[in-house]
Ligand binder design. Structure first.
Ligand SMILES: [Zn+2]
Length: 58
């Protein structure tokens, strides 16, 4: 498996972290990955799970 590029700094990382989810309009969307460093700085993006939990009054 090849390295995934970080969506923030653009550098390839083998320790990718899923930081969000993007609806591409085709297929079922694309998961956005970032390197561990950037993952700490990126706000969690919208995802199917987040959308559901957002409506949960907690
Ligand atoms: Zn990065």
């Amino acid at each position: 498996m090849s390295a995934t590029r970080c969506c923030r700094c653009g550098r390839p990382t083998e320790a990718r972290v899923a930081v969000g989810w993007r609806d591409t309009g085709s297929n079922s969307g694309t998961t956005v990955y970032a390197c561990p460093d950037c993952a700490l700085k990126i706000d969690p993006g919208p995802s199917p799970e987040d959308t559901q939990s957002a409506t949960d009054p907690r």
